[in-house]
Design a protein around this ligand. Structure first.
Ligand SMILES: N=c1c2ncn([C@@H]3O[C@H](COP(=O)(O)OP(=O)(O)OP(=O)(O)O)[C@@H](O)[C@H]3O)c2ncn1[C@@H]1O[C@H](COP(=O)(O)O)[C@@H](O)[C@H]1O
Length: 109
């Protein structure tokens, strides 16, 4: 199993890019365009992920999901949220059945 260090290294780069000139870096250019532009990229990458899944091409799917995670990380960084916050949420949910959780939100009469 590959560890998640690469995710933390990429996150460190995303944080560094907050102080970079927009013409020096793709990430800095997205920050400069603002939250709407970052959200638009996340939506585009989600759509491309769906198309890759429909293609049935595994490598294409891996690449599109990587783009989606990458742009989602930029969005989180824009809001001062780290990947560790997402990991904590995964941990909080660990072992809680999705079916039970949904039923607890919408109790049956
Ligand atoms: N992991 C990535 C990464 N994944 C995807 N991309 C870029 O994301 C962009 C958008 O992807 P698209 O498939 O939508 O390409 P596109 O249609 O040409 O993009 P648009 O013109 O529509 O914006 C492309 O320019 C990709 O190169 C990435 N750019 C950077 N990184 C990481 O971020 C670090 C910092 O990058 P810079 O800020 O550019 O130095 C890099 O060292 C990498 O670790």
């Amino acid at each position: 199993m590959i560890d998640l260090e690469v995710i933390h290294r990429v996150q460190a780069t995303l944080l560094e890019r907050k102080g970079a000139a927009p013409d020096s870096s793709y990430v800095a250019s997205l920050y400069a365009k603002g939250t709407d532009a970052i959200c638009k990229k996340v939506a585009e990458e989600a759509a491309e992920t769906i198309m890759a899944a429909k293609d049935g091409d595994r490598l294409h799917l891996v690449r599109e999901v990587t783009d989606l995670w990458f742009h989602s990380m930029i969005l989180l960084t824009q809001f001062g949220i780290g990947v560790d916050d997402v990991m904590v949420e995964f941990r909080r949910r660990e072992g809680i059945s999705g079916i039970d959780e949904k039923n607890s939100r919408n109790p049956q009469p």
